[in-house]
Design a protein around this ligand. Structure first.
Ligand SMILES: [Zn+2]
Length: 351
Protein backbone atom coordinates (compact mmCIF):
# COMPACT_ATOMS: atom_id res chain seq x y z
CA UNK A 1 0.00 0.00 0.00
CA UNK A 2 1.25 3.47 -0.84
CA UNK A 3 2.01 5.56 2.25
CA UNK A 4 0.20 8.71 3.31
CA UNK A 5 2.74 11.02 1.74
CA UNK A 6 3.03 9.19 -1.58
CA UNK A 7 6.18 7.99 -3.28
CA UNK A 8 9.49 9.57 -2.25
CA UNK A 9 11.27 8.43 -5.42
CA UNK A 10 10.83 11.28 -7.90
CA UNK A 11 9.78 13.78 -5.22
CA UNK A 12 12.74 16.05 -6.01
CA UNK A 13 12.01 16.15 -9.73
CA UNK A 14 8.33 16.73 -8.95
CA UNK A 15 9.30 19.73 -6.78
CA UNK A 16 11.58 21.07 -9.53
CA UNK A 17 8.85 20.69 -12.17
CA UNK A 18 6.38 22.54 -9.95
CA UNK A 19 8.89 25.36 -9.41
CA UNK A 20 9.47 25.59 -13.18
CA UNK A 21 5.74 25.74 -13.89
CA UNK A 22 5.35 28.49 -11.27
CA UNK A 23 8.17 30.52 -12.83
CA UNK A 24 6.65 30.13 -16.31
CA UNK A 25 3.29 31.32 -15.05
CA UNK A 26 4.98 34.30 -13.39
CA UNK A 27 6.79 35.22 -16.63
CA UNK A 28 3.54 35.85 -18.53
CA UNK A 29 1.72 37.70 -15.73
CA UNK A 30 1.07 41.33 -16.78
CA UNK A 31 -0.26 42.82 -13.56
CA UNK A 32 3.05 42.74 -11.68
CA UNK A 33 4.35 45.86 -9.96
CA UNK A 34 8.11 45.77 -10.57
CA UNK A 35 10.87 47.42 -8.50
CA UNK A 36 11.17 50.09 -11.25
CA UNK A 37 7.44 50.84 -10.97
CA UNK A 38 7.93 51.16 -7.24
CA UNK A 39 10.74 53.69 -7.71
CA UNK A 40 8.44 56.01 -9.63
CA UNK A 41 8.40 54.69 -13.22
CA UNK A 42 4.87 53.42 -12.78
CA UNK A 43 2.66 54.25 -15.74
CA UNK A 44 -0.79 55.14 -14.35
CA UNK A 45 -2.45 54.09 -17.62
CA UNK A 46 -1.73 50.49 -16.64
CA UNK A 47 -4.56 50.93 -14.12
CA UNK A 48 -3.13 48.51 -11.59
CA UNK A 49 -5.17 47.98 -8.46
CA UNK A 50 -4.48 47.38 -4.78
CA UNK A 51 -6.38 46.34 -1.67
CA UNK A 52 -4.23 48.51 0.62
CA UNK A 53 -6.48 50.08 3.25
CA UNK A 54 -9.76 49.05 1.60
CA UNK A 55 -12.14 47.99 4.37
CA UNK A 56 -13.79 45.24 2.32
CA UNK A 57 -10.56 43.94 0.78
CA UNK A 58 -11.88 44.80 -2.71
CA UNK A 59 -9.23 46.08 -5.13
CA UNK A 60 -9.28 49.79 -6.00
CA UNK A 61 -7.17 51.84 -8.42
CA UNK A 62 -3.60 52.46 -7.28
CA UNK A 63 -2.39 56.02 -6.58
CA UNK A 64 1.11 57.57 -6.22
CA UNK A 65 0.51 57.66 -2.43
CA UNK A 66 0.14 53.87 -2.52
CA UNK A 67 3.55 53.55 -4.16
CA UNK A 68 5.06 55.60 -1.33
CA UNK A 69 3.29 53.37 1.19
CA UNK A 70 4.54 50.20 -0.58
CA UNK A 71 8.11 51.53 -0.52
CA UNK A 72 7.78 52.35 3.17
CA UNK A 73 6.35 48.88 3.93
CA UNK A 74 9.17 47.18 2.03
CA UNK A 75 11.81 49.27 3.83
CA UNK A 76 10.32 48.46 7.25
CA UNK A 77 10.27 44.79 6.29
CA UNK A 78 13.93 44.82 5.25
CA UNK A 79 14.84 46.34 8.63
CA UNK A 80 12.81 43.77 10.48
CA UNK A 81 14.59 40.77 8.97
CA UNK A 82 18.07 42.25 8.99
CA UNK A 83 19.58 39.41 11.03
CA UNK A 84 17.89 36.60 9.06
CA UNK A 85 15.31 34.29 10.58
CA UNK A 86 15.28 31.11 12.70
CA UNK A 87 12.60 28.37 12.86
CA UNK A 88 11.44 29.79 16.20
CA UNK A 89 11.08 33.28 14.73
CA UNK A 90 9.14 31.97 11.74
CA UNK A 91 6.57 30.58 14.19
CA UNK A 92 6.61 33.63 16.48
CA UNK A 93 6.19 36.13 13.68
CA UNK A 94 3.57 34.21 11.71
CA UNK A 95 -0.11 35.08 11.49
CA UNK A 96 -2.58 33.43 13.89
CA UNK A 97 -4.63 32.12 10.97
CA UNK A 98 -1.62 30.39 9.40
CA UNK A 99 -0.70 28.75 12.71
CA UNK A 100 -4.27 27.58 13.17
CA UNK A 101 -4.28 26.02 9.68
CA UNK A 102 -0.87 24.41 10.34
CA UNK A 103 -2.21 22.84 13.51
CA UNK A 104 -5.53 21.63 12.17
CA UNK A 105 -4.90 20.83 8.51
CA UNK A 106 -1.27 19.82 8.14
CA UNK A 107 -0.84 16.63 10.09
CA UNK A 108 2.37 15.32 8.52
CA UNK A 109 5.80 16.74 7.69
CA UNK A 110 8.68 14.40 6.92
CA UNK A 111 12.27 15.20 5.80
CA UNK A 112 12.75 13.27 2.55
CA UNK A 113 16.28 14.20 1.45
CA UNK A 114 19.19 16.49 2.28
CA UNK A 115 22.23 17.70 0.41
CA UNK A 116 25.28 19.78 1.34
CA UNK A 117 25.71 22.70 -1.06
CA UNK A 118 28.89 24.65 -1.83
CA UNK A 119 29.15 28.34 -2.64
CA UNK A 120 30.80 29.79 -5.76
CA UNK A 121 34.22 29.47 -4.08
CA UNK A 122 33.57 25.73 -3.67
CA UNK A 123 33.38 26.11 0.10
CA UNK A 124 30.63 24.34 2.04
CA UNK A 125 27.78 26.79 2.42
CA UNK A 126 24.47 25.30 3.56
CA UNK A 127 22.39 22.15 3.95
CA UNK A 128 19.28 21.91 1.75
CA UNK A 129 16.57 19.72 3.25
CA UNK A 130 13.44 18.78 1.34
CA UNK A 131 10.38 18.14 3.46
CA UNK A 132 7.11 16.67 2.24
CA UNK A 133 3.83 17.58 3.95
CA UNK A 134 0.29 16.51 3.33
CA UNK A 135 -1.99 19.02 1.56
CA UNK A 136 -5.24 20.28 3.07
CA UNK A 137 -7.09 18.69 0.09
CA UNK A 138 -9.01 21.95 -0.49
CA UNK A 139 -7.10 22.89 -3.64
CA UNK A 140 -6.48 19.62 -5.40
CA UNK A 141 -2.87 19.02 -4.40
CA UNK A 142 -2.15 15.83 -2.49
CA UNK A 143 1.13 16.96 -0.94
CA UNK A 144 3.49 19.95 -0.77
CA UNK A 145 7.25 20.35 -0.99
CA UNK A 146 8.91 22.59 1.58
CA UNK A 147 12.60 23.40 1.12
CA UNK A 148 14.60 24.51 4.14
CA UNK A 149 18.21 25.69 3.89
CA UNK A 150 20.16 25.43 7.14
CA UNK A 151 22.73 28.22 7.17
CA UNK A 152 24.56 26.91 10.25
CA UNK A 153 25.62 23.79 8.34
CA UNK A 154 29.17 24.85 7.41
CA UNK A 155 29.93 25.62 11.07
CA UNK A 156 28.31 22.32 12.11
CA UNK A 157 30.54 20.37 9.71
CA UNK A 158 33.66 22.29 10.72
CA UNK A 159 33.20 22.10 14.50
CA UNK A 160 34.63 18.60 14.88
CA UNK A 161 35.12 19.06 18.63
CA UNK A 162 31.34 18.94 18.99
CA UNK A 163 29.43 15.68 18.50
CA UNK A 164 27.30 15.57 15.32
CA UNK A 165 24.17 15.31 17.48
CA UNK A 166 25.04 18.40 19.45
CA UNK A 167 25.95 20.28 16.27
CA UNK A 168 22.57 19.27 14.80
CA UNK A 169 20.60 20.53 17.78
CA UNK A 170 22.49 23.84 17.58
CA UNK A 171 21.87 24.09 13.84
CA UNK A 172 18.11 23.69 14.40
CA UNK A 173 18.13 26.96 16.32
CA UNK A 174 20.15 28.93 13.76
CA UNK A 175 19.34 30.83 10.59
CA UNK A 176 17.37 29.27 7.74
CA UNK A 177 15.92 30.14 4.34
CA UNK A 178 12.72 28.50 3.13
CA UNK A 179 10.39 27.87 0.20
CA UNK A 180 7.04 26.15 -0.39
CA UNK A 181 5.31 25.26 -3.67
CA UNK A 182 1.83 26.33 -2.49
CA UNK A 183 -0.14 29.39 -3.63
CA UNK A 184 -0.02 31.07 -0.26
CA UNK A 185 3.78 31.15 -0.33
CA UNK A 186 3.84 32.18 -3.97
CA UNK A 187 1.35 35.06 -3.79
CA UNK A 188 1.52 36.26 -0.20
CA UNK A 189 4.94 35.44 1.24
CA UNK A 190 7.53 34.97 -1.51
CA UNK A 191 7.99 38.75 -1.83
CA UNK A 192 8.20 39.08 1.97
CA UNK A 193 10.78 36.27 2.06
CA UNK A 194 12.75 37.84 -0.80
CA UNK A 195 12.93 41.28 0.83
CA UNK A 196 13.61 39.60 4.19
CA UNK A 197 16.38 37.55 2.55
CA UNK A 198 15.06 34.24 3.86
CA UNK A 199 13.69 32.93 0.55
CA UNK A 200 15.17 29.62 -0.64
CA UNK A 201 13.48 29.43 -4.05
CA UNK A 202 13.31 31.87 -6.94
CA UNK A 203 13.17 35.52 -5.90
CA UNK A 204 9.93 37.49 -6.16
CA UNK A 205 10.43 41.19 -6.83
CA UNK A 206 6.81 42.02 -7.70
CA UNK A 207 5.08 43.78 -4.80
CA UNK A 208 1.96 41.80 -3.62
CA UNK A 209 -0.34 44.82 -4.03
CA UNK A 210 -3.57 42.76 -4.05
CA UNK A 211 -2.87 39.75 -1.80
CA UNK A 212 -0.59 41.23 0.84
CA UNK A 213 0.02 45.01 0.46
CA UNK A 214 0.60 45.37 4.22
CA UNK A 215 3.31 42.67 3.99
CA UNK A 216 1.98 40.84 7.04
CA UNK A 217 2.90 37.31 8.09
CA UNK A 218 5.97 35.26 7.19
CA UNK A 219 5.04 31.71 6.22
CA UNK A 220 2.29 29.34 5.06
CA UNK A 221 0.80 26.45 7.05
CA UNK A 222 3.09 23.88 5.41
CA UNK A 223 6.22 25.80 6.34
CA UNK A 224 4.89 26.37 9.88
CA UNK A 225 4.20 22.67 10.32
CA UNK A 226 7.75 21.94 9.16
CA UNK A 227 9.14 24.54 11.60
CA UNK A 228 7.33 22.82 14.49
CA UNK A 229 8.83 19.54 13.35
CA UNK A 230 12.34 21.02 13.09
CA UNK A 231 12.02 22.44 16.56
CA UNK A 232 10.45 19.51 18.32
CA UNK A 233 10.82 16.20 16.53
CA UNK A 234 13.45 13.64 17.47
CA UNK A 235 13.23 12.22 13.93
CA UNK A 236 14.36 15.55 12.43
CA UNK A 237 17.16 15.72 15.00
CA UNK A 238 18.33 12.26 13.94
CA UNK A 239 18.03 13.14 10.25
CA UNK A 240 20.13 16.31 10.63
CA UNK A 241 22.70 14.42 12.72
CA UNK A 242 23.03 11.88 9.92
CA UNK A 243 23.48 14.68 7.36
CA UNK A 244 26.24 16.29 9.44
CA UNK A 245 27.99 12.93 9.92
CA UNK A 246 27.93 12.42 6.15
CA UNK A 247 29.24 15.93 5.52
CA UNK A 248 32.07 15.38 8.02
CA UNK A 249 32.94 12.00 6.50
CA UNK A 250 33.30 13.70 3.11
CA UNK A 251 35.35 16.43 4.84
CA UNK A 252 34.08 19.14 2.52
CA UNK A 253 30.46 19.00 3.68
CA UNK A 254 29.23 17.60 0.37
CA UNK A 255 27.10 14.51 0.02
CA UNK A 256 23.43 13.74 0.40
CA UNK A 257 21.16 11.50 2.43
CA UNK A 258 17.65 10.18 1.93
CA UNK A 259 14.83 8.86 4.03
CA UNK A 260 13.71 5.42 2.87
CA UNK A 261 10.12 4.97 1.70
CA UNK A 262 9.52 2.56 4.56
CA UNK A 263 10.83 5.00 7.17
CA UNK A 264 8.87 7.95 5.69
CA UNK A 265 5.66 5.92 5.69
CA UNK A 266 6.27 4.95 9.29
CA UNK A 267 6.88 8.57 10.36
CA UNK A 268 3.86 9.84 8.43
CA UNK A 269 1.54 7.23 9.92
CA UNK A 270 2.79 8.02 13.41
CA UNK A 271 2.28 11.77 12.93
CA UNK A 272 -1.16 11.34 11.41
CA UNK A 273 -2.27 9.60 14.57
CA UNK A 274 -1.24 12.47 16.80
CA UNK A 275 -4.11 14.39 18.33
CA UNK A 276 -4.54 17.90 16.89
CA UNK A 277 -7.20 19.18 19.30
CA UNK A 278 -6.43 21.94 21.73
CA UNK A 279 -4.72 20.89 24.95
CA UNK A 280 -3.99 17.34 23.79
CA UNK A 281 -0.60 15.89 24.71
CA UNK A 282 1.22 13.30 22.65
CA UNK A 283 3.56 12.24 25.42
CA UNK A 284 6.53 13.57 23.42
CA UNK A 285 7.54 16.66 25.40
CA UNK A 286 9.56 18.32 22.65
CA UNK A 287 6.81 17.88 20.15
CA UNK A 288 4.10 19.06 22.54
CA UNK A 289 6.11 22.20 23.16
CA UNK A 290 6.43 22.90 19.46
CA UNK A 291 2.76 22.21 18.92
CA UNK A 292 1.89 24.56 21.80
CA UNK A 293 4.06 27.22 20.16
CA UNK A 294 1.92 26.97 17.04
CA UNK A 295 -1.00 27.93 19.26
CA UNK A 296 0.58 30.88 21.02
CA UNK A 297 -0.60 34.36 20.22
CA UNK A 298 1.81 35.96 17.83
CA UNK A 299 4.07 38.67 19.14
CA UNK A 300 4.38 40.56 15.90
CA UNK A 301 1.92 39.78 13.17
CA UNK A 302 1.95 43.16 11.50
CA UNK A 303 4.80 44.89 9.74
CA UNK A 304 3.29 48.34 9.47
CA UNK A 305 -0.01 50.13 10.01
CA UNK A 306 -2.68 49.46 7.37
CA UNK A 307 -2.31 52.68 5.47
CA UNK A 308 0.83 54.76 5.40
CA UNK A 309 0.09 57.49 2.93
CA UNK A 310 0.23 61.14 3.95
CA UNK A 311 3.30 62.81 5.50
CA UNK A 312 2.16 62.90 9.12
CA UNK A 313 0.82 59.36 8.90
CA UNK A 314 4.17 58.18 7.60
CA UNK A 315 5.99 59.87 10.45
CA UNK A 316 3.49 58.25 12.80
CA UNK A 317 4.37 54.87 11.35
CA UNK A 318 8.08 55.61 11.70
CA UNK A 319 7.54 56.67 15.30
CA UNK A 320 6.44 53.10 16.01
CA UNK A 321 9.55 51.55 14.41
CA UNK A 322 12.28 51.33 17.12
CA UNK A 323 15.27 52.18 14.88
CA UNK A 324 13.46 54.94 13.00
CA UNK A 325 12.08 56.28 16.27
CA UNK A 326 15.62 56.72 17.63
CA UNK A 327 16.60 58.52 14.45
CA UNK A 328 13.59 60.84 14.66
CA UNK A 329 14.34 61.54 18.32
CA UNK A 330 17.87 62.47 17.28
CA UNK A 331 16.62 64.90 14.63
CA UNK A 332 14.10 66.48 16.99
CA UNK A 333 16.83 66.65 19.64
CA UNK A 334 18.92 68.84 17.34
CA UNK A 335 16.18 71.46 17.48
CA UNK A 336 17.37 72.28 20.98
CA UNK A 337 14.69 70.60 23.06
CA UNK A 338 14.94 67.87 25.70
CA UNK A 339 14.56 64.15 24.94
CA UNK A 340 11.39 64.11 27.06
CA UNK A 341 9.88 66.88 24.94
CA UNK A 342 10.92 65.02 21.79
CA UNK A 343 9.18 61.83 23.04
CA UNK A 344 6.08 63.86 23.79
CA UNK A 345 6.13 65.30 20.27
CA UNK A 346 6.41 61.85 18.71
CA UNK A 347 3.60 60.57 20.91
CA UNK A 348 1.46 63.43 19.64
CA UNK A 349 2.22 62.61 15.99
CA UNK A 350 1.27 58.99 16.59
CA UNK A 351 -2.27 59.93 17.56
ZN1 LIG B 1 2.86 26.21 1.66
Amino acid sequence: MLGLLGRLAGATSEAKALAKAGAAQRAIASRILSPNDMQGDYDASRLLTTTLGTPDGKPREMTPADLAAFRQNARALGQRFKGGITPRQVIDMSLTIDRKRAREEITMAVPASARGVKDSNRKVDRLEVRFITNASKKYGATRHHVMVEFLGYSAAVASGAMSAGKAASLMRKQGIRLDCDCGRHQYWFRYVATVGNYNAGRSETGFPKIRNPGLTGVACKHVLRVMAEIEGAATVQRFLTRAIEKGRANEDGSGSIRTSQKEADKQAAKQANRPTVRGAHTGNRDFDRARAALRKASRATKTTPKQVAGGSKRIAALANEPAAREMLLGIIGKLGITREQAIAILAGVGK
